[in-house]
Design a binder for this molecule. Structure first.
Ligand code: GBH
Length: 461
């Protein structure tokens, strides 16, 4: 409602960014043109059973060929910021050596197109598409990959920093490390637990190396940050095993990244938990100084929160492996098409906890959104009231956190387009714009028009 809108936007500060986000492999397609080489996702998509329906990013939204029209759409929808990622194997095929000029040219044109439309470009350097050759050399569990990442970052920075003010090094290192190397749920599909923890450290090291080098080379004041997927871990009860399970989840999901980034130290409790599992992070002299290079903005990606218990179903608190039990329990909330519970209060609690534990760190919501089973009418229009409600309640959660002192500078919706949703392929739709994958037609959903109207009202208030 209009009065509800007014109340909502009144809680957001002046100058608040309104934007939309995507990532390269999820939308670009054109995987074998202009010198691009395979990434770990091109390889993983060929593993039988890895991706629902055998889908791949070969064509995706064909954004590589439709980029100007997609930027015009962002303009039409009234967003002031567009966060996109750069495909490493396009810009630096095989993960080493000089820049591939044809690959750079695409992002050059993209940035120029955005600036021509008055949209602020926000570059994410790495959104999961590691060049396959670097994975063949060991991938993120290998220290050298951090140095390769910093080299790649500088190739992009040299090409675009004359026009791009805002930079994110990594998107969601938890996903790269844990889904990729521990759980085998994302590329490269490995299940190697200690190696996954080495990946965590090398991702953070790559972030620190890139941050320092970009800072040094910056032609003017630029904003550099990292984006984390973070959530609130609620204990199922006040009982000690439940409280401890929530502490461990928060440690492995949030503090293992933010403590070294902000405080220059891994959290002592997490280091002790890992030691009990026989895992030691491969930290070398000087690494933590690099990792804690100052950042200007923390990108927060939020989807949902979970409740944790330290009790097994049979009541035991220690498993056969001698390690404490940890499992999630339902919060008994409505769910999205991903089967993720809808927990906006977990968003407020998360943002307030970051503001409390890491004071002075400005935040931008770099992703927030939801998949639902969309039902287009014959014209392709989707009246996605469930997605609109998700946006309303989560923006209200952001406003509530700001009220409680969190410094939040903007909100970027995930995602501009329905796109390749990783292991779920094209079956799950997060877009505020419907994509008909047969015709590549784009149709803004009701949620896109809703965000457009909110941004307009907020700017004119
Ligand atoms: C983001 O990842 C991605 O950045 C984006 O590319 C993607 O399209 C979007 O979200 C939608 O999925 O149940 O063990 O996985 C979010 C990934 C999903 C990671 C929820 C943490 C919860 C723990 N997050 N997940 S688990």
């Amino acid at each position: 409602s209009v009065s509800g809108d007014a109340e909502l936007i009144a809680g957001l500060p002046a100058g608040f960014r309104w934007g939309v986000a995507t990532s390269a492999y999820q939308i670009e397609g054109a995987v074998a043109v202009d010198g691009r080489t395979p990434s770990i996702w091109d390889t993983y998509c060929r593993v039988p059973g890895a991706i629902d329906n055998g889908d791949t990013g070969d064509v995706a939204c064909d954004h590589y060929n439709r980029m100007p029209a997609d930027i015009a759409l962002i303009k039409e929808l009234g967003f002031d910021t567009y966060r996109f990622s750069v495909a490493w194997p396009r810009v630096q095929p095989r993960g080493k050596g000089p820049a591939n000029l044809a690959g750079i040219a695409f992002y050059d044109r993209l940035v120029d197109e955005l600036l021509a439309q008055g949209i602020d470009p926000w570059v994410t350097l790495y959104h999961w598409d590691l060049p396959q050759e670097l994975e063949d050399a060991g991938g993120w569990p290998v220290r050298d990959t951090a140095y390769r990442f910093a080299d790649f970052a500088m190739l992009v920075f040299d090409a675009l920093s004359d026009r791009v003010d805002t930079w994110t090094t990594l998107n969601e290192p938890w996903c790269s490390a844990m889904l990729g190397y521990a759980y085998g749920a994302h590329a490269p599909g490995r299940r190697e637990y200690p190696a996954a923890l080495a990946a965590v450290h090398h991702l953070l090291l790559g972030h620190g190396l890139a941050t320092l080098q970009m800072r040094e080379a910056a032609p003017r004041k630029i904003d550099i940050g990292i984006t984390l997927n973070v959530a609130t871990a609620y204990p199922a009860s006040d009982a000690e095993p439940d409280v401890d399970a929530a502490r461990r989840a928060d440690g492995m999901g949030r503090r293992i990244y933010l403590d070294p980034l902000v405080h220059g130290q891994y959290p002592a409790d997490v280091v002790a938990d890992l030691a009990a599992e026989g895992v030691v992070l491969p930290v070398e002299e000087g690494d933590l100084e690099l990792i804690s290079a100052p950042i200007d903005v923390l990108g927060v990606n939020y989807y949902f929160s979970q409740k944790f218990t330290g009790y097994a179903e049979d009541g035991r608190i220690v498993g056969d492996d001698g390690l404490p039990i940890s499992r999630t329990l339902p919060l008994d909330k409505p769910r999205t098409a991903m089967d993720w519970e809808i927990v906006p209060e977990g968003f407020t609690d998360l943002l307030v906890s970051i503001a409390r534990d890491y004071p002075g760190l400005p935040m931008v919501i770099t992703e927030n959104g939801s998949a639902f089973d969309d039902h287009p009418d014959p014209t392709g229009f989707v009246d996605d009231t469930d997605r609109v409600t998700y946006f309303t309640t989560h923006l209200a959660a952001v406003a509530a956190a700001i009220q409680q002192g969190a410094d939040i500078r903007g909100y970027l919706a995930w995602s501009l387009l329905d796109n390749f949703e990783w292991a779920y392929g094209y079956a799950k739709r997060f877009g505020i714009v419907r994509v008909d994958y047969e015709s590549q037609t784009r149709t803004p959903k009701a949620s896109a028009l809703y965000l457009k109207s909110l941004a307009e009202q907020h700017r004119s208030q």
